[in-house]
Design a protein. Structure first.
Length: 402
């Protein structure tokens, strides 16, 4: 059965994390993704340690389902190669600072002039307009300036980054959404369009709950560690051998938790008998609940809580997580064979379409320039042209890099 995006060709000029992640998801859904790299490969190949045979593990995790060509956009003729390719592409993706793509000759206006049907997605730190437009930024800067670090951490500690590159991952997902929406609109209008996605606004959307609470109340949310600002108990509690996450804040599950804990009186305690009161009295509530959870192991609590239909889960390390059978049963992790580093395992595409077969055997992360001759040939360049472009340093087939 054909994949959802079979027949869609993506020209991916992005580097780092947000753009490459977006392009990988499009590839997982069946698109033919051509990764355009500068001489030496994109800078994301150096995101480490750890490295696997000299290639960053992070890069390997974000770049399957692509073919690589090397094009030097700083040389005369580089932009011409991509503009010629754009005539046969459906999507162009880039992550330059605003204005850079235009200066290089591969901005939306130039691309759409060659192909009015092209969907052009630009990912930037702060967007294409506004006073922060020209500021350089990466995930950590976006996290700091988006407010998310101000609500992450514990009350007695400093603000901290989210433990994953949240801005990049959110930006990649929202860019994927924007591209798919623009492709759908093209089915009606016959025309492509430009999509702009910023890491900052992606994190604002990521924070819709706490930010909406602030906009309504004017009160800066507190840093609550693992707790939710709008519900209690809804956080991790220390056990005799680890931690258990418990969400028992509804009118049905709060009394059930009290019974499991051997304290049914807490359900009607006037300090804690509604979720609103428990949120306001969270420190007092935790002084009561904390010692109770410490009396048993995580597994013992999970068994009792699940029997009482209370939402709960253990806090798993990566080592514990990847050993869980559920991940293999759901094909949550995929393994591809890489010609230089061997087998590469990474999280798979989280989207599941009932009429679209999951394809864990998508192509592995490419070597820089691995597919330059193959791809350019498919786009109408003959071997003489490719040789001439290679001699001028405009493109670099794999044999020129080794």
């Amino acid at each position: 059965m054909a994949a959802a995006l079979d027949g869609i060709t993506v020209l991916d000029l992005s580097q780092g994390a947000a753009g490459p992640t977006c392009a990988m998801y499009l590839g997982d859904l069946g698109a033919d993704v051509v990764k355009v790299e500068p001489p030496g490969g994109e800078w994301g190949r150096g995101l480490g340690p750890p490295f696997v045979e000299g290639v960053a593990a992070a890069f390997l995790g974000m770049n399957r389902a692509k073919r690589s060509i090397v094009v030097d956009l700083k040389r005369d003729g580089g932009a011409g190669v991509l503009l010629r390719m754009a005539e046969r592409c459906d999507v162009v993706l880039e992550s330059f600072r605003p204005g850079v793509a235009d200066r290089l000759g591969v901005g939306y206006d130039a691309m759409s002039e060659h192909n009015p049907r092209v969907v052009y997605c630009a990912i930037s730190a702060f967007g294409q307009v506004g006073s922060w437009r020209s500021r350089p930024g990466v995930d950590g800067i976006a996290q700091a300036m988006s407010g998310i670090m101000s609500v992450t951490g514990t009350a007695d500690g400093p603000p901290v980054k989210v433990g994953t590159p949240a801005a990049d991952m959110a930006g990649g997902v929202f860019a994927t959404q924007a591209i798919l929406a623009a492709l759908f609109a093209r089915e009606r209008t016959g025309l492509g369009q430009r999509a702009d996605v910023s890491l900052l606004e992606s994190l604002l959307a990521f924070q819709v709950v706490p930010l909406s609470m602030y906009l309504a109340s004017g009160h800066q949310p507190e840093r609550l560690g693992s707790a939710a600002a709008y519900a209690a108990p809804n956080e991790a509690f220390a056990t005799a051998d680890g931690h258990v996450m418990v969400a028992a804040y509804t009118p049905k599950r709060w009394p059930a938790l009290c019974r499991v804990l051997g304290r049914p009186d807490l359900a009607t305690d006037p300090r804690f008998d509604t979720n609103e009161k428990r949120v306001r009295e969270r420190p007092a509530l935790n002084r009561v609940l904390g010692p109770l959870f410490e009396t048993r192991t995580t597994d013992e609590w999970i068994a009792e809580l699940e029997q009482a239909d209370i939402l709960c889960g253990p806090l798993l390390s990566y080592e514990q997580l990847v050993a869980e059978p559920h991940l293999s049963e759901e094909q949550s992790l995929v393994t591809v064979a890489h010609p230089a580093v061997g087998e590469v395992t990474a999280p798979g595409c989280p989207s599941r379409l009932s009429r679209d077969e999951r394809r864990p055997s998508r192509p592995p992360p490419p070597i820089p320039g691995e597919h330059t001759r193959e791809v350019l040939g498919e786009f109408g360049f003959d071997q003489r042209e490719i040789d001439e472009l290679a001699a001028l340093g405009v493109v670099a087939p794999l044999e020129a890099l080794t």
